[in-house]
Design a protein around this ligand. Structure first.
Ligand code: SF4
Length: 288
């Protein structure tokens, strides 16, 4: 190295000048990486004074297969290293509490729900206590989670059905869970996977949707189709953990706006169209 010349490194801030694209270990990306000293070419990183450098946005290279088994295995391996034993962040002590917390978490944050549920379950300790309420009686207790009228109807309706038809026990199969008011596949998958440890499907929430699309594991935008796509490429024994890993990744790094790609361990196998930093080719359709 010529004395006095210090190679530039990616800035943690994402603001960075003079970056050169690095050789990527991703065999499936179809990249043309730069050599040391080579000026960035047309398919390589563009430099901006305002934002982090991005590789040129293109369609996926011919032959690139985002769901190739080796790529899926690499994604799973890196997620395992990042989030080895993550689980649902909703506070609960039994299946009923988890079901209620999951219903309340729609269009809300887990932290917000966790602020409400301790007092809620102290006031109404059993599913029978909820079944004895009218939705209107429950509304003030869940108001701060948003959409409280619908949520109150769902929680009270689910409690009544569990008491009257399922002997007071939260069902442990998809079909009966889906028969409860306000319970769709996402809620059912949370309860089945987290409490009953049953992998009947994959939890698909806003984080899973966003990251599955960024990682090109699906081209769909609606949750049932995304779930089907993920069930085809992710091994069944990983379904429960994988969904939680994506949810945690979506909270910590792969956030909706300006994901923290420079700090992401998946960076060189991710071609998301809305990356804020890239050492690999960008695939313009790989985003929400
Ligand atoms: S590199 Fe960026 S877009 Fe891709 S998974 Fe990581 S944070 Fe998300």
């Amino acid at each position: 190295m010529v004395r006095g010349i210090i190679p530039r490194q990616p800035a943690k801030t994402g603001r960075h000048e003079g970056a050169r694209i690095e050789r990527s270990p991703d065999k499936h990306a179809g990249l043309r990486p730069g050599r040391p000293g080579q000026r960035p070419g047309p398919t390589q990183a563009k430099v901006s004074k305002q934002v982090a450098p991005k590789a040129k946005s293109t369609r996926a290279s011919k032959g690139y297969d985002p769901i190739a088994p080796e790529r899926i295995a690499e994604i799973l391996k890196r997620l395992d290293q990042l989030y080895p034993d993550v689980t649902c962040a909703l506070t609960h002590k039994d299946a009923w509490q988890l079901l209620v917390a999951t219903i309340l978490s729609a269009q809300s944050t887990d932290a917000n729900v966790n602020r409400v549920t301790p007092e809620l379950f102290r006031k109404y300790p059993t599913v029978a206590d909820f079944a004895a309420l009218t939705p209107e009686q429950l509304e003030p207790d869940v108001r701060s989670t948003g959409f409280f009228r619908n949520k109150s109807k769902s929680v009270v309706g689910a409690a009544k059905k569990i008491v009257s038809e399922f002997g007071g026990q939260v069902p442990d199969d998809m079909e009966r869970l889906l028969s409860l008011p306000g319970v769709a596949r996402k809620t059912a998958n949370v309860v089945l996977g987290t409490w009953f440890k049953k992998a009947d499907g994959l939890v698909v929430d806003t984080h899973v949707t966003r990251i599955a699309r960024r990682l090109e594991l699906t081209k769909n935008t609606d949750a049932p189709k995304i779930e089907q796509d993920l069930m085809k490429v992710i091994p069944r024994e990983k379904w429960i953990l994988f969904a939680h890993q994506l949810i945690w990744h979506g909270r910590k790094l792969c956030i909706a706006r300006r994901p923290k790609c420079v700090d992401c361990a998946l960076e060189n196998i991710c071609h998301a169209g809305d990356k804020t930093w890239s050492t690999v080719e960008i695939h313009k359709n790989a985003k929400l």
